[in-house]
Design a protein around this ligand. Sequence first.
Ligand code: NAD
Ligand code: UGA
Length: 350
Amino acid sequence: MKILNLGAGGFIGTHLTERLLNEGHSVIGVDTHTDKIQESLDHERLTFVNRDIRQCDFDLEDMMRDVDLVIDLIAYANPGMYVKMPLEVFRLNFDENMRIVEACVKKRKRLVQFSSCEVYGKTPVASLEGRLPDPENPEYATFSEDMTDLIMGPVCKHRWIYACAKQLLERVLHAYGLKKELNYTIIRPFNFFGPKIDYLPSETDGIPRVFSYFMEALLTGTQMKLVNGGTHRRCYTYIDDAVECIYRIVENPGNVCDQQIFNIGSPKNEVTIRQLAETMREIYAEKFKKPNVPLPEIVKVTGEEFYGKGYEDSDRRIPDISKARTLLGWEPKFGLRELLERTIAYYAKG
Ligand code: NAD
Ligand code: UGA
């Protein structure tokens, strides 16, 4: 296939492009960044377009003229950004993504659209503030694509603008699907980890995800900060497992992915953020620690201190992956410890 991969220079984009090329496909990759994708840049079947899709002379329809598939990974995807620059997040993640959708409709191209597990929002346990019996029951936090209600926080907690933009985009795709004007598949990733996930905070003026904050603390011996005590939980998924599932969606055997939403995640890898910090520190101490740098202290900070006003958090989210299992025969393989060891190794050896 010939595939247009928008956001090919990012974390998922780089790993996915490498896989697509290895499988024999041709890729047109578009991104404002080239550093993560350096190793693939000379590949004969990769055409890399180092452009910002927001530039007025960037012609999306022309770009997708003779491709078989469009993959859209472009977004601002770090919670710090949702708090600091909510309008920019909405404009890129909804308006610009809508331009991609409309171009696919016009050119009749199949679209694989990256959304987010953030669309599920909070659990009913958080929303009802402890009024549910048995709040630890994982059923309250196990999210399924076509059944679970989506629960967002109030407007003054502007962190939710990312989730709302992604959710609205999904609803637009669904509406086009109803009219049979677009063939799409939506992917909801659940916290992928792996090499190249983000820059370290000191390497960028951007705002990375938790792994990079903790990794920098390990490398420099500065504090690992637990936002609101680190009691919230995530299920971490190794990028190789994720790319395997994404690749099956790209292949779309028997068209089983048409007009479908897929969770991609590792339900067995659930941890609190405190456990994540402790496990990362343990692995680093065992395998990578430099003798002259002390191990970081783990401290608590409030959400407002760390992110500013407008922050609120998803309390817990476990993917129901029965759809990917049944339709694609996919099963994640990497456990938490192994995926952390591999990701830490990439940054520690850097
Ligand atoms: P990323 O930030 O590494 O990748 C996004 C890429 O888009 C970046 O390389 C960036 O340079 C590029 N980009 C942004 N604006 C652009 C523009 N105007 N023109 C051209 N390129 C532009 O993020 P990622 O982790 O690879 O995530 C990819 C997608 O998956 C996003 O839509 C994100 O919301 C979604 N997602 C990712 C995760 C995860 O676990 N990584 C979880 C949930 C959702
Ligand atoms: C992120 C982003 O919203 C998206 O990239 C994506 O939709 C989602 O991850 C995903 O990967 O599935 P989140 O998990 O909240 O969401 O992002 P992180 O920045 O990685 O934060 C995880 C948790 O760690 C949060 O509870 C946050 O408060 C906490 N945190 C973050 C700390 O305790 N300390 C830090 O230094 C940084």
